[in-house]
Design a binder for this molecule. Structure first.
Ligand SMILES: N#Cc1c(N)n[nH]c1-c1ccc2c(Cl)cn(Cc3cccnc3)c2c1
Length: 233
């Protein structure tokens, strides 16, 4: 998989050199490149924004630099991912879908957003996914891109050292939240580990973990239970 990210703050994406994405690069499973949108401007001030038509607060990102950036970076089989407050809430199902693509291009905007004609024109040439991280306010698309990239890259076949660990994840196949996890020492500041986890009884451990996941989901995310009702014990 190849990922290209266009932003006026490309250094924001340096975090991708760490951890999983860095290892994927070493394994040759992933190529990631970042691009400074200002490199696609031609004026002395490298201008990327202007006042909004129709008035209103803030500035809007100009279409010309984005047009040249996407012309340069995207190819016929690219999927253009555009983080936006008005996007579809990003879910694990889209992460799985995107992990099967050959080339993702992230268009990370700032200010009040990117001129709508950029997205409309992109839809004429590529698959475009407009995504939001959720119902809270960010200042731009870079944080959303980091989150989406991490969620996607870890699903790329051959990427995770232990694919089995992908099976038991929150918002995973069973639709439940993750159960609580513990490690040594057995007692820490007066807090002990549930006895069942020290019992070596795998059936009892699995049952306890499922019950804990169900209880957490009931308490914190009852909206998920519609998907998991058939798994309730
Ligand atoms: N907020 C949020 C949000 C989220 N929850 N996920 N992604 C975003 C996001 C993505 C892209 C941009 C671009 Cl471009 C500009 N802003 C700042 C902004 C915030 C509110 C209203 N207008 C503009 C972005 C926010």
């Amino acid at each position: 998989m190849r990922i290209d990210v266009v932003s006026i703050f490309p250094a924001y994406l340096d975090a991708l050199d760490l951890s999983l994405a860095g290892r994927a690069r070493e394994k040759g499973l992933l190529q990631i490149a970042t691009h400074d949108l200002r490199d696609f401007t031609h004026d002395r001030h490298r201008t990327v924004d202007d006042t909004p038509y129709g008035g209103g607060a803030g500035m809007v990102m100009k279409p010309e630099p984005w047009g040249e950036a996407l012309d340069t970076v995207a190819t016929d089989d690219s999927v253009v991912v555009v983080p936006t407050p008005s996007g579809t809430p990003f879910r694990q199902s889209l992460a799985h879908d995107l992990s099967r693509e050959r080339h993702l291009v992230f268009a990370c905007g700032r200010y009040e957003g990117i001129d709508q004609r950029v997205i409309d024109h992109a839809r004429e040439r590529w698959r475009v996914e407009e995504v939001s991280l959720g119902d809270f306010v960010l200042n731009g698309g870079e944080v959303a891109a980091l989150a989406v990239i991490e969620a996607v890259v870890r699903l790329v076949p051959g990427f995770m050292g232990n694919p089995a660990s992908l099976a038991e994840e929150s918002h995973g196949e069973d639709g439940l939240l993750e159960y609580p996890v513990y490690t040594k020492p057995a007692t820490w500041r007066g807090h002990t580990v549930p006895d069942v986890l020290l019992s070596g009884h795998h059936g009892a451990i699995a049952a306890w973990r499922h019950e804990q996941a169900l209880q957490r989901t009931r308490e914190r995310r009852p909206d998920l239970l519609g998907d998991a009702s058939e798994t309730s014990s």
